[in-house]
Design a protein around this ligand. Structure first.
Ligand SMILES: Cc1ncc(COP(=O)(O)O)c(C=O)c1O
Length: 387
């Protein structure tokens, strides 16, 4: 990999923290805790089980949950599927012939949007709450979308493309007052904002390890006491995880997620202030360059994620290739090659969306990296103007 290419795509994925790697390595080989956590009859299984349960407390702690409320999954995509399909299927099974109403927003990740389209095909009705002019999903807009018989509201805490933060705590209170369940996709939020399902009226919350310096392929769903009896498992085969998600637990992945989340909790404040400094240094370096718009600038965002639209129609994000690794859209949308639904959802044209850069800083970004990235962008735009 080129040493001069600056990695600024932490919203797509993060490298695994070296401490996390060493803990994971202790849970794989014969001299480590490799046993099946479900093998309760011998100490190999028992020690693996202890490690899994310790990781469960670490994940629970970061979000203010009880350990027993954490269900291990393969990532936030699966967690979102379990939350939405699990509640919907249970509802259809227990209320045959009744219609199900779900509220969400068009700015959600594909892991929610595609699951909701599937839910629609199964007979659910979806109300899509539109963002306001700043790109925010407001309490008032969600309130207006709620019906007396709304089953579920599903919204993300931090948007993966523009970094906007939704006030899910306030929204969840209104949703609970209405009698519906609230699911939150928090894949982009861990280690960046405080999460407290202990006081929020949130019933389910999706988590992913690889956005927070843990390994890929592992995640969790917080399932609160209200939601647990109202969910149908999506993976059957042994009744693991309170009957909600069967399958042998991936001990090394799980301990990796646990230790990554413990580190995220310890570093939350310091990393937030470091990200604010990086953002300020980056934006300072861009000052005075005409034709750059910071999207979602009027709403609350996490400091590490910036979405910039370049006005110059001759600009192509590919001009930055080799100098910085960034996204023009979320990693998932890149696969479909369509304009980002989030950017068009906040009012950008498909052409503007194609000239939009997502720059996301992280734990290994230095101030020099942030400044050099801004300089590279400035030089690219200067060269285009001169042509
Ligand atoms: C907001 C959001 N939700 C869900 C996901 C999917 O997470 P995972 O990769 O763990 O399946 C992502 C990852 O891009 C995301 O950003």
């Amino acid at each position: 990999m080129s040493q001069t290419c600056i990695y600024l795509d932490y919203a797509a994925t993060t490298p695994v923290d070296e401490n996390v790697i060493s803990i994971m390595a202790q849970h794989m080989g014969f001299t480590g805790k490799f046993g099946n956590p479900a093998s309760s009859s011998h100490e190999f299984g028992q020690s693996a089980k202890l490690a899994v349960e310790y990781a469960r407390t670490q994940v629970a702690q970061l979000i203010g949950a009880q350990p027993a409320q954490i269900v291990w999954t393969s990532g936030a995509t699966e967690s979102n599927n379990l939350a939405i399909k699990g509640v919907l299927e249970h509802f259809f099974q227990t209320h045959p012939g009744k219609s199900a109403h779900i509220v969400s927003s068009p700015l959600e990740h594909k892991a929610v949007l595609d699951t909701l389209h599937y839910a629609e095909a199964l007979g659910a009705t979806i109300t899509w709450v539109q963002p306001d002019s700043t790109g925010a999903i407001t309490l008032e807009a969600v309130r207006n979308a709620l019906h007396e018989d709304t089953l579920l509201v599903t919204l993300m805490l931090v948007n993966n493309e523009i970094g906007s933060i939704t006030d899910v705590a306030a929204i969840a209170a209104a949703v609970r007052a209405q009698g519906a369940l609230m699911h939150v996709d928090a894949a982009q939020a861990t280690g960046k904002v405080e999460i407290d399902v202990g006081t929020w009226a949130v019933d389910m919350l999706s988590l992913s390890a690889h956005k927070t310096y843990g390994p890929k392929g592992v995640g969790a769903l917080y399932v609160g006491e209200r939601a647990a009896p109202l969910m149908q498992a999506q993976i059957h085969g042994g009744g693991h995880e309170r009957g909600l998600r069967s399958g042998t637990l991936a001990t090394h992945q799980i301990v990796g997620m646990g230790s990554a989340f413990a580190i995220a909790g310890q570093k939350l404040e310091i990393e937030t202030s470091r990200m604010q400094n990086l953002r300020a240094a980056f934006l300072h370096e861009l000052e005075g360059i005409p034709g750059i718009t910071l999207n979602a600038a009027q709403t609350q965002t996490v400091p590490n994620t910036l979405s910039l639209t370049i006005a110059d129609s001759s600009f192509e994000p590919a001009y930055l290739n080799g100098r910085m690794a960034i996204s023009t859209t979320s990693a998932c949308n890149s696969a479909s090659n369509k304009p980002s639904h989030v950017l068009t959802g906040i009012g950008l044209s498909p052409e503007q969306a194609a000239r939009t850069l997502r720059i996301s800083f992280g734990r290994y970004t230095s101030e020099e990296d942030a400044v050099n990235a801004a300089k590279a962008l400035r030089e690219t735009l200067d060269a285009l103007r001169e042509m």
